[in-house]
Design a protein around this ligand. Structure first.
Ligand SMILES: [Zn+2]
Ligand SMILES: [Zn+2]
Ligand SMILES: [Zn+2]
Length: 98
């Protein structure tokens, strides 16, 4: 049995705070680097760049803060738990993957 993730179960867009930097990766703005796509932290509203981006600030944010859950920005239904490495969908129960 795969471990189930309680972090992203039953989340909706209402569970996310307003993004601190809605159109940008906070650290890339400071560093002047570029990003591919953005991820918003559910715990604090931090916006970082995805793992396809050179600097991977969303993953770095997880390592720094241990905030486990983020979603795609601009808001999509896609969520991700770093601890369990499971994807979920906002507003729907999370089906266990394999
Ligand atoms: Zn989890
Ligand atoms: Zn970045
Ligand atoms: Zn955070």
């Amino acid at each position: 049995m795969a471990e189930s993730c309680e972090h992203i179960k039953g989340l909706t867009a209402d569970n996310f705070p307003p993004p601190k930097t809605p159109d940008a990766c906070e650290e890339c703005l400071v560093e002047g680097s570029r990003w591919v796509s953005l991820r918003e932290c559910q715990s604090c509203g931090h916006v970082g760049c995805c793992d396809s981006s050179p600097r991977k600030h969303a993953t770095k944010h997880f390592h720094d803060t241990h905030h486990p859950v983020m979603r795609a920005l601009p808001p999509a239904n896609w969520t991700w738990c770093y601890l369990h490495e499971i994807t979920g969908s906002l507003g729907q129960p999370t089906a266990a993957q394999k």
